[in-house]
Design a protein around this ligand. Structure first.
Ligand code: AMP
Length: 177
């Protein structure tokens, strides 16, 4: 039976720095029924969309994305922080509140036009997810959607993905940053 997943998220005020409430999904992952429900709900709107591959964003997106890929019986591709992938890469740099970050993907990750679902634990400003969408598109695949456990709607990430024509699935939302 479906349970409210919100109660399985641990919220840590002022972590990793003052003013941030860190939304910790490790407590959700520890729950056998919570983990299964989260994966089922992340997949649900995209079942029957012909998804051929899941792309998970480092690092919590690997755990959820691997499970989502297994559920859909498709392969998994890692979107990693700069300098971690061993083969030829494409990279996209994106702005953070202070400074910038860069994510990479292997050039040969997808079949041309393959339908891809992007997965991460949380969408905040959307910077990371938008960079992931650009990478998947540059690698020649089609982004069918993006699925997250948590949305921080006040930070506007969902709208940024919508502006890139990416349907977004989130399971829980928390007000504030
Ligand atoms: P953004 O690029 O701003 O959408 O940030 C999303 C990425 O940062 C995700 O990979 C999240 O895991 C992480 N993140 C951002 N804010 C939080 C938060 N409040 N709690 C936990 N993780 C966060």
């Amino acid at each position: 039976m479906a349970q409210p997943l919100e109660g399985l998220i641990r919220s840590l005020p002022d972590y990793p720095k003052k003013g941030i409430i860190f939304r910790d999904i490790t407590t959700l992952l520890q729950s056998p029924s919570g983990f299964r429900q989260a994966v089922d709900e992340m997949v649900q709107p995209f079942a029957g969309s012909g998804i051929g591959c899941v792309a998970g964003i480092e690092a919590r997106g690997f755990i959820l994305g691997g499970a989502v890929a297994h559920q859909l019986s498709v392969g998994f591709v890692a979107i990693r922080k700069k300098g971690k992938l061993p083969w030829q890469t494409l990279s996209v740099e994106y702005e953070l509140e202070y400074g910038s970050d860069e994510v990479e993907i292997h050039t040969d990750s997808f079949e041309p036009g393959q339908k891809v679902l992007i997965v991460d634990d949380l969408i905040a400003t959307g910077g990371t997810a938008c960079a992931a969408v650009q990478l998947v598109r540059q690698a020649g695949a089609e982004v069918v959607g993006a699925s997250f456990v948590i949305d921080l709607p006040d930070l506007g990430g969902r709208e940024k993905l919508a502006a890139m024509d990416v349907p977004v699935r989130t399971l829980i939302s928390f007000e504030g940053g």
